[in-house]
Write a protein that binds this ligand. Structure first.
Ligand code: HEC
Length: 143
């Protein structure tokens, strides 16, 4: 009897781990591969229109080279600052032509009907996409 209970508790603990701990770890940081798609994507994000990134045939030079900046200027401590720059570039660079991706619907894909989602869901999607983009920026650091 006692053994069965211990066994059941172990299973419960495992399930709890699977359903709570694993998603938490996965959700904690952004997803660099998703971020890369956003950075290259049109109409969503399209950072490549202005910035240089790897694997671009005709790199744009009108904005700072982010590969260079990620390797020489930004460290792991700047994660929050980078999030804020992507969300609201204007706060850091007045009169910049870089869009403030955290405001408005630049990271919302209308073709996929995402503009029909509730404002809260859209906000969550935007936050997640900013995390993904920042994660991608960190992936540009040479290991
Ligand atoms: C319309 C052009 C444009 C687009 C699109 C754009 N940027 Fe920028 N970005 C700039 C310019 C120009 C600057 C330099 C700041 C200024 O205006 O002086 C800049 C600055 C930055 C900086 C700060 C660089 C520094 O000097 O520290 C980061 C980080 C950045 N951009 C990331 C992004 C990311 C990520 C995206 C896509 C989600 C993006 N940018 C899209 C034009 C753009």
């Amino acid at each position: 009897m006692e053994k069965k209970r211990v066994f059941r508790m172990a299973i419960m603990a495992l399930l709890l781990f699977a359903f709570i701990a694993i998603p938490m770890v996965v959700m904690a940081a952004g997803n660099a591969a998703e971020g890369e798609k956003l950075v290259h994507g049109r109409p969503v994000a399209n950072c490549v229109g202005c910035h240089h990134f790897p694997n671009i045939v005709m790199p744009s030079t009108i904005a700072p080279d982010l590969v260079d900046l990620m390797n020489n200027s930004y460290t792991e401590k700047d994660r929050e600052k980078l999030r804020q720059i992507v969300a609201d570039a204007n706060k850091f660079f007045p009169d910049t032509m870089m869009p403030s991706y955290g405001k408005g619907k630049l990271l919302i894909d209308k073709k996929k009907g995402e503009d029909k989602l509730s404002p809260e869901e859209q906000k969550k999607l935007i936050e997640k996409r900013i995390d993904d983009i920042v994660e991608f920026l960190y992936s540009l650091k040479k290991k």
